[in-house]
Design a protein around this ligand. Structure first.
Ligand code: BES
Ligand code: MN
Ligand code: MN
Length: 462
């Protein structure tokens, strides 16, 4: 066993315990009640970077939650890796669907994780994956094997749109100078199918409000004679998709770049089992845009989904009422070359135009972000592929993911840096859901693979 792997092995229990400590801090960025905890998590990251051997690590204040910046510069002749991740987490609710409390981590075996998985909010997205980088850094430092300079930028607002990180990048272009960005905030296809994400979708997110009568009305006295904003909102939403499940907003597809037949064939190389896909989420049938398979629908095609809808009476029993207002939250996942602001404008114009005169509508945009594609022929990609091949014993498959990490496009725009998305989670790890978990296998596989990346990248950059 290499000296580095020996170090990891000897310190295994501590590496796990420290992650559990981090997971006990409820750093929910969306909820201001957790502001102090978010700050505490930032302080934890800062302290661990310093303990691991960083020259400096700072908690940088922003108008929102802080950004942790740390660095270890060993030699100006070596390449510099900028490691990005986030220590904030999604809200844990609905709490009653968790088998154990979200901020009291427990390790349990599952069918997919026979070596155990850590159950806690943030275990996979993204604290567990961030902490792999800190422990890999510690292992490289303590065995004298840090092969590259490294800068860490670990933010606390990824789950709420990274607004202040954009400003931070713009204000600190020199400090953040590097050769490549390395991110572990994505997944692999399976524990025996290593893979590297080479594309992420963008996002446009809006909230809509439909107003009918100026007050809630008795549905017997008025029903049939007045517009019902809930019925109208439902019809308007239904009309946003065609029978072929294409998005019915004029201009929506204008900037979409179709993949070539060769690219689609290459995508189809990645293993995908439709039955397993259906079974894993309890569906007897699937649906989606005509002309594309499930893998394509969830990665290279844009989509529109209602994420929440409310209005009227939703309490116990029945109440005969016509509500004055109806609401929905609607997200659109975008593909490369679609501009989120432009899509939000197209949506708003269309939604306002199609509303009947009997109601008024208001569209409020939320955060968005640009899609990204990352190269598969760069030294950094090749370094990651070789690293995974070494630790998994199998060449990783490149694949396009369906999720969004808006800052990836900004790393390129603002810092001129390409990103490698070397994540270790599984789709079944239930990120953003109750019972989020992260495989113990995946955690240590990450800690082992990261130093291999540094070594290969230094070698390939010569
Ligand atoms: N880590 C995820 C994104 C992700 C997960 C990408 C798995 C690929 C595979 C990230 O934390 C996330 O949840 N992003 C949000 C967008 C953000 C603007 C709130 C998303 O994709 O919904
Ligand atoms: Mn994440
Ligand atoms: Mn997330």
């Amino acid at each position: 066993m290499s000296e580095l792997n020996q170090y990891i092995n000897t310190n295994k229990d501590r590496f796990l315990e420290e992650l559990l400590d981090l997971l006990r801090i409820p750093s929910v960025s969306a909820d201001s009640n957790y502001k102090e905890d978010v700050l505490k998590a930032a302080g934890f990251i800062q302290a661990k970077l310093l303990e691991a051997g960083a020259d400096k690590a700072e908690v940088c204040e922003t108008p929102g939650h802080p950004i942790v910046y740390g660095e270890k510069l060993v030699d100006p002749n070596l390449p510099t890796i900028l490691v990005y991740g986030h220590y904030d987490v999604q809200p844990p609710d609905p709490l009653d669907l968790w088998d154990s409390p979200p901020f009291e981590p427990v390790i349990k075996e599952t069918e997919i994780h026979p070596e155990g998985a850590i159950f806690a909010r943030g275990s996979c997205d993204d604290k567990g994956q961030v902490y792999m980088h800190i422990k890999a850094f510690e292992a490289m430092m303590n065995t004298g094997q840090l092969a590259c300079n490294v800068k860490f930028i670990i933010e606390g607002e990824e789950e709420v749109g990274s607004d202040n990180l954009e400003t931070f990048l713009k204000d600190n272009v020199d400090m953040l100078s590097a050769n490549v960005v390395l991110v572990s905030d994505t997944g692999i296809i399976a524990n025996d199918v290593p893979s590297i994400t080479v594309g992420l979708r963008g996002l446009s997110y809006v909230e809509v409000e439909v107003t009918g009568p100026n007050r809630d009305l008795h549905s017997g006295l008025y029903g049939g004679a007045v517009p019902n904003p809930i019925n109208i909102l439902a019809e308007m939403i239904a009309s946003l998709k065609t029978d072929d499940q294409q998005i019915n907003i004029p201009g929506f597809y204008n900037d979409v770049v179709e993949l070539t037949a060769v690219e689609r064939a290459a995508m189809a190389e990645a293993p995908f089992d439709l039955q397993e896909f259906k079974d894993s989420i309890g569906l007897s049938d699937i649906e989606g845009e005509t002309g594309y398979n499930s893998m394509e629908r969830a990665s290279i095609r844009p989509t529109l989904d209602v994420n929440g809808i409310w209005g009227g009476y939703t309490g116990e029993g029945a109440k005969t009422v016509i509500a004055s207002k109806a609401y929905a939250k609607i997200s659109m996942r975008l593909v490369p070359n679609q501009d989120p602001d432009k899509i939000t404008a197209l949506f708003t114009k269309h939604f306002e135009a199609m509303a009947p005169d009997s109601v008024s509508v208001k569209v409020t945009p939320h955060h968005g972000g640009q899609a990204a594609v990352t190269p598969t022929d760069s030294p950094a990609y090749l370094a990651a592929a070789k690293a995974m091949e070494t630790t998994f014993g199998k060449k990783p498959v490149p694949f396009r993911g369906g999720g969004s990490i808006p800052i990836v496009a900004l790393f390129e725009q603002i810092l001129g840096l390409k990103t490698v998305l070397m994540g270790f989670g599984l789709d079944s790890d239930a990120i953003h859901s109750p019972n989020e978990h992260y495989g113990v296998f995946n955690y240590f596989k990450g800690i082992e693979t990261i130093p291999e990346f540094y070594k290969n990248y230094a070698e390939m950059s010569k």
